[in-house]
Design a protein around this ligand. Structure first.
Ligand SMILES: [Ca+2]
Ligand SMILES: [Ca+2]
Length: 231
C-alpha cells in the first residue's frame, strides 16, 4: 500500500484518490459509482475541490433569510471540516452527507456531538452549549430569550439530565448515551433536527442537488418548534 495521500493538505483536492475511495466505501453506504457521481457534482459546484466557509454560509443564508445563520453555520462548518484546514474537501463532504442520509441514530448523534465540540477535544462544557443554543436561536430568529427560554436555563436543564456524574464537561459517550435514552434531550440537542424546522428541503449547492436536510439531517422525527427547542 502506498501512502501518497498521507500528507493531508498537499494532495490535489480535486482528485479522488484510491485512498479516498476506499475510505468512503468503508465509512458510507455509497457504491463506487455513486461516490464518483457525487464527486463529479461536487466539483461542478466547487471546481477547486474546496467548499469554503463563505460558500457554505451563502447556502445557509438563502435558507434562513429571516434568521442569522452565521453562528450556526460556523458550528456546522467546523464539525464537517474534520481536519481543521478551513475548507471542506470531498471526503469530508460526502461523509457528512452519508451520515445524514444513511446514518443510524447513534452516528447522527456523534455528528451532533461534533457540532457542539468545537475545539474537538472530545468534551463539551456549559459554555460550548450556551453558544450553540444561542446560535440556534439566531438561526430561528428567536427574540425571546427570557425565562425558560434563556440559554443558560436551557443548558441547566440539559446538564442536569445529561451529566450524571456532575463533572464540568460532557464526554462523547455520555452525550450519545444520554440522548439515546432521553427523548427530550435528543429534541433539544440534536441540532440537525432543529436545523430544519418543518423539514423543508433545499439544495445545499446549486447543482449537486443535495437536499439541505440530507446534509443537516433529521435525526429523529421529533417535533421541534421554531426556536429549535423541544415542544
Ligand atoms: Ca477540511
Ligand atoms: Ca470541547
Amino acid at each position: 500500500m502506498g501512502n501518497k495521500a498521507s500528507g493531508k493538505g498537499k494532495k490535489d483536492p480535486t482528485i479522488l484518490t484510491d485512498e479516498d475511495l476506499t475510505k468512503l466505501k468503508l465509512n458510507t453506504q455509497y457504491t463506487e459509482e455513486e461516490i464518483q457521481a457525487w464527486h463529479t457534482g461536487f466539483l461542478k459546484d466547487c471546481p477547486s475541490g474546496k467548499l469554503d466557509k463563505k460558500q457554505f454560509l451563502n447556502v445557509y443564508k438563502k435558507f434562513y433569510p429571516e434568521g442569522k445563520a452565521d453562528k450556526y453555520c460556523n458550528f456546522v462548518f467546523k464539525a464537517f471540516d474534520t481536519d481543521n484546514n478551513n475548507w471542506i474537501d470531498f471526503t469530508e463532504f460526502l461523509y457528512a452527507v452519508g451520515v445524514s442520509q444513511h446514518g443510524n441514530l447513534e452516528e447522527k448523534l456523534k455528528m451532533a456531538f461534533d457540532i457542539y465540540d468545537q475545539n474537538k477535544d472530545g468534551q463539551i462544557n456549559r459554555k460550548d452549549m450556551i453558544k450553540i443554543i444561542e446560535a440556534m436561536y439566531d438561526l430561528a430568529n428567536e427574540e425571546d430569550r427570557t425565562g425558560d427560554k434563556a440559554p443558560d436555563k436551557r443548558v441547566d436543564l440539559i446538564m442536569q439530565r445529561l451529566n450524571k456524574d456532575k463533572a464540568d464537561v460532557i464526554l462523547r459517550h455520555e452525550f450519545i448515551q444520554g440522548c439515546l435514552r432521553d427523548e427530550l434531550l435528543r429534541k433539544i440537542l440534536a441540532p440537525n433536527t432543529a436545523l430544519i424546522p418543518g423539514g423543508q428541503t433545499s439544495p445545499i449547492t446549486t447543482t449537486t442537488n443535495v437536499p439541505m436536510n440530507t446534509i443537516t439531517t433529521t435525526t429523529t422525527t421529533t417535533t421541534i418548534n421554531e426556536t429549535g427547542a423541544a415542544v
